[in-house]
Design a protein around this ligand. Structure first.
Ligand SMILES: C[S@@+](CC[C@H](N)C(=O)[O-])C[C@H]1O[C@@H](n2cnc3c(N)ncnc32)[C@H](O)[C@@H]1O
Length: 198
């Protein structure tokens, strides 16, 4: 579904590329779904330590099958994005694709605070999710999403402010794509090094 409607083959490689993952980096795929993004990360960066987390055990079972088919080994954790089962400051990168528009505004805030907590100072958050329509065609196709309470925050362009509110700096949109459900926006944000945050 995501492959056919969301230009997955275009935006996921771009998200991985913009994350500038280095050998030895600890990388979390937050809301990893059936593992497409993680497989891409691991194939491009075999020396990175990648972990996937998702709340749905059925989805994780599909992810395990896809990982086995791709001969890729990645640990998977079942857990909630807004209560991450990890200590503070352990990840260098968090990538998250099409998760945030599923969450209520309060859960978006909690999730972004958790992402900030588990990222090391200097670590980066890379997001692919719906954004406000960037042309009239996208305004027309995204009307359904506006009626969904959780996704309407994205459509109203609130995501960058919610990311800043969680403590992130250097929040920027890096790309926009037209999709079957509206504008898909890529973003990056940094957990500032402590000397930069004072
Ligand atoms: C649209 S899918 C995207 C999956 C994958 N990231 C991708 O881009 O293909 C959204 C995923 O977020 C997961 N999810 C939704 N709410 C969650 C939460 N509160 N905590 C963890 N995972 C959640 C769902 O189980 C689902 O796998």
């Amino acid at each position: 579904m995501i492959r056919w409607t969301m230009r997955e083959a275009v935006f996921k490689p771009t998200l991985v590329e913009q994350a500038h993952i280095q050998p030895g980096h600890h990388v979390l795929d937050l809301g990893c779904g059936t593992a497409t993004l993680m497989i891409l990360i691991k194939q491009r960066h075999p020396e990175a330590q990648v972990i996937g987390l998702d709340g749905d055990p059925t989805v994780l079972a599909l992810a395990r099958t896809k990982l086995a088919d791709a001969a890729v080994t990645i640990p998977l954790d079942q857990g909630l994005a807004f209560e991450l089962p990890y200590p503070s400051q352990v990840f260098d990168r968090i990538l998250t694709s099409l998760l945030l528009h599923h969450l209520t505004r309060d859960d978006k805030r909690r999730t972004l605070r958790e992402a900030f907590r588990v990222l090391r100072p200097g670590g980066e958050l890379h997001i692919a999710d719906f954004g406000p329509p960037h042309h009239a065609g996208m305004a027309a196709v995204s009307w359904i999403m506006r009626w969904l309470e959780e996704a309407s925050d994205n459509m109203k362009g609130l995501l960058p402010d919610l990311v800043r509110e969680a403590g992130f700096k250097a929040v920027e949109e890096t790309a926009r794509y037209s999709t079957a459900f509206g504008t898909l926006s890529l973003m990056k944000a940094e957990n500032p090094r402590r000397s930069e945050s004072v």
